[in-house]
Design a protein around this ligand. Structure first.
Ligand code: 5AD
Ligand code: SF4
Length: 440
C-alpha cells in the first residue's frame, strides 16, 4: 500500500469556513489524504479564504507566494484556493499566481475529489458554480472517528439581505436551507461520535426554513427536533439577523433547556440614517424592543453583536447613536470593525469617512464594549454555571471548558474528563476567561 498523501488546510474567517474545511478534509480523506499540521510535508495545500473585510485577497497572494520554494522542491505539490476569495476572484487568482492548481468556490466542495484527480494530471481546475445539489449530502464522511465534545453543523447558507457593505450575498450566493432530516441525521451521527454540543451555522441562520416531513421547519422547530436527541446536551446557533427573529425562536430561549442562553445578534450601527443606508431594514428602536422581548423570555441571556464604524457618511452624531445603543443593550461580548470597502458592494461607491476619525471611533467603541464585557464577566462571580469540558488546562489537574454563556472557564483540581458537563461556581474573572470550582 502506498503511503497516504498529506493535506494541509489553512482556514481563515468564520466558523462556516471551519466547518467547510472539515468537510473538505473528509472528502479528500476518501482519496487517501490524511491531514498534516505543516505545509512543509504536504502533498496538497488548501487555503480556505475569507473575503469579508480588509485586504483578504492580498493576504492570500502573499501566503501563496511563500509556497514558491516548496513547490520548486516538490513539483508534485498541488496548491488550491477555496472559500470566498476563490469565489470572488477565482479567475484572477489563476492568472496572477501560476503556483495555483485548483480554485474551488464554497458551493463546489463536493467536487473536490474529481478536481484533485484532474490537478494530479497536470490540469488547472476552477469551479465557482452555484450548483443545485446539496454539497454536504454529496460530501459523504469517512468512518466514524471519535471527535471532541463540540461541533459546528451548517444548516443554512447564503444571504438575500444585501447589506450595502457585505460581500456574502455575492460569495456565498442566495439563501438556501438544508432539509431537516439530513441535519438531524448528521446531528445524530455527531452525537454517536462523542459530540455533546452542536452550534448550528448559517450566514442568516434564523431565516432557516428547511424542508421537513410536513412542510418547512422554522429554526425553532428544528431546534425542538434536535432537543429530542439523547446525548446531545447543548444547542447554539449563529449568526442571526434581527428581522428574522421570530416569536417561536424567542419563546424557545425561555422553554428549551438545551438551547443555551447566548445570542449573537448583530446590529451594526445605532443611527437610523446609517442603518437605512446600510440597507438593514430595522431601526435602533426596533432592535432594542427586540432585545427586550428576548430578555423577557430568558432574562439571563448573554447578548453578543457586530458593529461597523466609519460606514460612508457616518457623522460623529451617528456614531454617538451607536454608543447610546450599546449603553442601552449592554453586550456580553461583541465584534467591532472599521468599515472596509468591498469592491462590487453598493457602499463602495459612496463618500468614505476620514480614516483617522474612523480609527478614533473604533477605539472609543471598543473601550465601551470591553468595559461591558468585563462587567458581564464579573457579574458571573459567585454564580453557578454548567461547564462542558473541552480540554485539559496548562496547570496539573486543571480542566477548561465553556459555560452556558460561552465564557471560557478554568477549573483547578478537577477530576473530570473531556466531554463531561459539570456544575461549577465561578470564583473570579480574568481578562478573557473565568475561574471556577467544581460543585461536588
Ligand atoms: N467592513 C467592515 N466590517 C464588515 N462586516 C461585514 N462586511 C464588512 C465590511 N465591508 C462585519 C459585519 C458582519 C461581520 C461578520 O463582519 O459586522 O456582521
Ligand atoms: Fe452580510 Fe449578514 Fe447583511 Fe447578509 S445579513 S448581507 S451576511 S451582513
Amino acid at each position: 500500500m502506498s503511503a497516504p498523501k498529506k493535506l494541509f488546510i489553512k482556514t481563515y474567517g468564520c466558523q462556516m469556513n471551519v466547518y467547510d474545511s472539515e468537510r473538505m478534509a473528509e472528502a479528500l480523506g476518501g482519496e487517501g489524504y490524511v491531514e498534516t499540521k505543516s505545509a512543509d510535508d504536504a502533498d496538497m495545500i488548501l487555503l480556505n479564504t475569507c473575503h469579508i473585510r480588509e485586504k483578504a485577497a492580498e493576504k492570500v497572494y502573499s501566503e501563496l507566494g511563500r509556497f514558491k520554494g516548496l513547490k520548486a522542491e516538490k513539483p508534485d505539490l498541488k496548491i488550491g484556493v477555496a472559500g470566498c476569495v476563490a469565489q470572488a476572484e477565482g479567475e484572477e487568482i489563476m492568472r496572477r499566481q501560476p503556483l495555483v492548481d485548483l480554485v474551488v468556490g464554497p458551493q463546489s466542495y463536493h467536487r473536490l475529489p474529481e478536481m484533485e484527480a484532474k490537478a494530479r494530471e497536470g490540469e488547472k481546475v476552477l469551479d465557482t458554480d452555484f450548483p443545485e445539489e446539496d454539497k454536504f449530502e454529496k460530501l459523504k464522511s469517512r468512518p466514524k472517528a471519535k471527535r471532541g465534545p463540540t461541533a459546528f453543523l451548517t444548516v443554512q447558507e447564503g444571504c438575500d439581505k444585501f447589506c450595502a457593505f457585505c460581500v456574502v450575498p455575492y460569495t456565498r450566493g442566495a439563501e438556501v436551507s438544508r432539509p431537516a432530516d439530513r441535519i438531524l441525521r448528521e446531528a445524530q451521527e455527531l452525537v454517536e461520535r462523542g459530540v455533546r454540543e452542536i452550534t448550528l451555522l448559517g450566514q442568516n441562520v434564523n431565516a432557516y426554513h428547511g424542508a421537513g416531513a410536513n412542510g418547512d421547519l422554522t429554526l425553532a422547530q428544528l431546534i425542538w427536533e434536535l432537543d429530542k436527541i439523547d446525548g446531545l446536551e447543548r444547542i447554539r446557533f449563529t449568526t442571526s439577523h434581527p428581522n428574522d427573529m421570530q416569536d417561536d425562536l424567542i419563546e424557545a430561549h425561555g422553554t428549551c433547556a438545551k438551547l443555551m442562553p447566548y445570542l449573537h445578534l448583530p446590529v451594526q450601527a445605532g443611527s437610523d440614517k446609517i442603518l437605512k443606508r446600510m440597507n438593514r431594514s430595522h431601526t435602533a428602536e426596533s432592535y432594542i424592543r427586540l432585545i427586550e422581548r428576548i430578555r423577557a423570555a430568558r432574562p439571563d441571556i448573554l447578548i453578543s453583536g457586530d458593529f461597523i464604524v466609519g460606514f460612508p457618511e457616518e457623522t460623529e452624531e451617528d456614531f454617538q447613536a451607536t454608543m447610546d445603543l450599546v449603553e442601552e443593550v449592554k453586550y456580553g461580548t461583541a465584534y467591532s470593525f472599521k468599515y472596509s470597502t468591498r469592491p462590487g458592494t453598493p457602499a463602495a461607491e459612496r463618500a468614505q469617512v476620514d480614516p483617522a476619525a474612523a480609527d478614533d471611533r473604533l477605539q472609543r467603541l471598543q473601550a465601551l464594549l470591553g468595559r461591558q464585557q468585563r462587567e458581564v464577566q464579573e457579574s458571573m462571580v459567585g454564580r453557578e454555571v454548567s461547564v462542558l469540558f473541552e480540554k485539559t488546562g496548562r496547570l496539573p489537574g486543571q480542566m477548561v471548558g465553556k459555560s452556558d454563556y460561552l465564557h471560557a472557564v478554568h477549573v483547578a483540581d478537577c477530576p473530570r474528563e473531556i466531554g463531561e458537563l459539570a456544575k461549577v461556581r465561578i470564583v473570579s474573572s480574568g481578562p478573557n476567561s473565568l475561574a471556577g470550582e467544581l460543585l461536588r
